[in-house]
Design a protein around this ligand. Structure first.
Ligand code: PXG
Length: 284
């Protein structure tokens, strides 16, 4: 695969960045994970807008205009010729010295990786998956707002480690008040009292692009959709549960902390939304 770094393409083995890049030294940078479906870059405008918002929030000036960065992503897609796959778009603070001051990094870098994406095992999409609640809380909005899709994913990684150690597929993360926020790399939805519910982004969930699509598709289907603040109790007692994300797409959850959700099988509304999402992708 050919990797784009600051306007040039390099073979993967030669695609290097400096160890003095503050993205490497401090996780100082922002990124997007974007799908390629049917030779199309999925929701490119939405991802680029979120990338710019993330960059703005950390005081990082993206060295290309939105139109230029979209062109660069399209070029990286073309050069690599993948009809389906994944784009990792990264803007790092750039090379500085051994101090956190971003002023010491005069030139941010843009990296675009195109490759295949490893999904959850296919069987889980039919069978549904098991998640656990992590003891690691989601980073508070007042510390590092999770709306910023930053290169520092340690908070999520610590939760994921807990899930893997417990033999589960994903970790549910709560805020300091016990409110459900999201999973380590996916947004969460529950279906309860004939309503599709997802945590409000104001408590620290990423404003997921897949989440947004699912909310629209559900509304089109005439479902009641709400963004609310709720606890593990509402998850345990929900009729259905599923996760959404660029990597995960829509995946049913059938067990949370050992409690079966609904009848322990992927729910009807979940199935309906998975089908609607697949059709939405095919129409592109
Ligand atoms: N919450 C978090 C914390 C995420 O990292 C989502 C929600 C879903 O957002 P989108 O916009 O993708 O619907 C994410 C996204 C990976 C990978 O490599 C992770 C994500 C996306 C793409 C790849 O594990 N997470």
């Amino acid at each position: 695969m050919q990797v784009y770094i600051d306007g040039k393409f390099f073979p993967q083995s030669k695609a290097n960045i400096s160890v003095y890049d503050h993205g490497f030294l401090y996780g100082d940078g922002v990124f997007e994970g974007i799908r390629i479906y049917n030779d199309n870059i999925f929701m490119l405008d939405e991802h680029i807008n979120r990338l710019y918002d993330s960059a703005k929030a950390i005081g990082l000036k993206v060295p290309l205009s939105k139109a230029e960065i979209k062109d660069a992503v399209k070029q990286a897609h073309k050069v690599n010729g993948l009809k389906s796959g994944y784009v990792r778009l990264i803007v790092t603070r750039g090379v500085g010295n051994l101090g956190i001051d971003p002023k010491k990094c005069p030139k941010p870098s843009i990296v675009i990786i195109v490759n295949k994406i490893a999904l959850y095992p296919v069987a889980l999409y039919k069978k549904g998956m098991e998640i656990i609640t992590a003891s690691t809380q989601r980073t508070p909005v007042s510390a590092l707002n999770p709306q910023i899709k930053s290169m520092n994913y340690l908070n999520n990684i610590l939760a994921k480690i807990e899930a893997v150690n417990a033999g589960a597929n994903e970790a549910l993360m709560l805020d300091s008040s016990g409110n459900v926020v999201e999973c380590s790399g996916d947004n969460i939805f529950i279906y309860r009292n004939d309503t599709l519910i997802t945590p409000t982004t104001s408590i620290g969930a990423l404003d997921g692009i897949t989440r947004g699509i699912v909310m629209k598709l559900a509304e089109q289907e005439g479902l009641s959709v709400k963004e609310l603040i709720f606890s593990k109790y509402e998850v345990y007692t929900s009729d259905e549960c599923f996760l959404t994300g660029t990597a995960a797409e829509l995946i049913p959850v059938v067990k949370v902390d050992g409690r079966e959700i609904g009848n322990g099988k992927p729910g009807k509304i979940t199935g309906l939304l998975i089908n609607k999402f697949r059709k939405f992708i095919e129409l592109l």
